[in-house]
Each structure stands twice: as C-alpha cells, then as structure tokens.
Ligand binder design. Structure first.
Ligand code: RB5
Length: 152
C-alpha cells in the first residue's frame, strides 16, 4: 500500500515522524511536503495529496495542519476524497470501518507525535466493513455527483 503524506507548517514534525513510522512498518510513502519549517497555505498541499489518490498513484493519504480541520475542509472538496479529521483512536478506526475514508487529517497543535503515529497506523491497517456501510458511502458519492441539495 502506498501512502501519500502532506503537511503545512503546523504539522511538519508529525508528518516527518509518520513518514518514518510507516516506512518502518513496510509501507511505501510518497511525501508531498512541506520539507522545511516555512509558512504555506494548507489547501496547496491538500490538493497534491488528494490528486495522487484520485489518480490511483497512492492508496490513502494523511494530511497534517495545525488543527487537521483546514486540511479536511480542503480535501473534502476533491471529488472522490473522503477525509476525516481525527484526534483519537476510536474515530481513526471507525472512519475506515464505516466511512471508507481515504484521507486522515491530524492536528499537529492538537495531538502529540506519539498519538499521531498510533492514529496513522490504525488508519492504514484498518479495512472497510462494507455491507450496510457501502450503501451509506454510496449516498455520500451521490451528493458529490449531484451537487447536493437538488434532489433532497
Ligand atoms: C496555520 O496557521 C493553521 O491555520 C493551519 O495549520 C490549520 O490549523 C488550518 O486549519
């Protein structure tokens, strides 16, 4: 499995630690930056990671900004992306099991590096349960395809 990583200046330390951790676990990592501590606009990084997923180059993505929220807002605008901002283990696990999320967003100013490594590991190791959840995910895709409220 190939994992795309990206961060802004609020998540550099966490992103770098996640990259090393995933490589140690045997995952292939594609690092879309940033690579040094300088201010950037998080949507610019989110789009690179999301593009690699919808194109099929990478299987899942992990984005880190200060809160995880800006990255998730930007990522969820990309067709085919289901991004979840998580700061604890239960959500990181269930967003894979039930939502088939393909991007995990973390807050470098919200959680410590140790927790970030655990959430990243849960996210890449957990599969989608399918079944009744597939139907619900299909409805999210339908909203995405129709623009939302026209058919509500
Ligand atoms: C950058 O200062 C900060 O706004 C960003 O990392 C993120 O928290 C946005 O949601």
């Amino acid at each position: 499995m190939k994992i795309a990583l990206g961060c802004d200046h609020g998540g550099l330390e966490h992103k770098n630690a996640i990259a090393e951790h995933l490589k140690d676990l045997g995952y292939e990592v594609c690092d879309f930056g940033i690579y040094e501590q300088k201010p950037v606009d998080y949507p610019d990084i989110a789009i690179k990671v999301c593009k690699s997923i919808v194109s099929g180059e990478c299987d899942r993505g992990i984005l880190v900004c200060g809160t995880g929220i800006g990255m998730s807002l930007a990522a969820n605008k990309v067709k085919g992306i289901r991004a979840a901002a998580c700061s604890e283990h239960f959500s990181a696990k269930y967003t894979r099991l039930h939502n088939d999320s393909n991007v995990l967003c973390l807050g470098g100013r919200v959680i410590g590096v140790g927790t970030a490594l655990e959430l990243a590991e849960i996210f890449v190791k957990t599969g989608f349960e399918g079944g009744r959840h597939q139907n619900r995910v299909n409805k999210i895709t339908e909203i995405e395809n129709t623009g939302g409220i026209e058919n509500a």
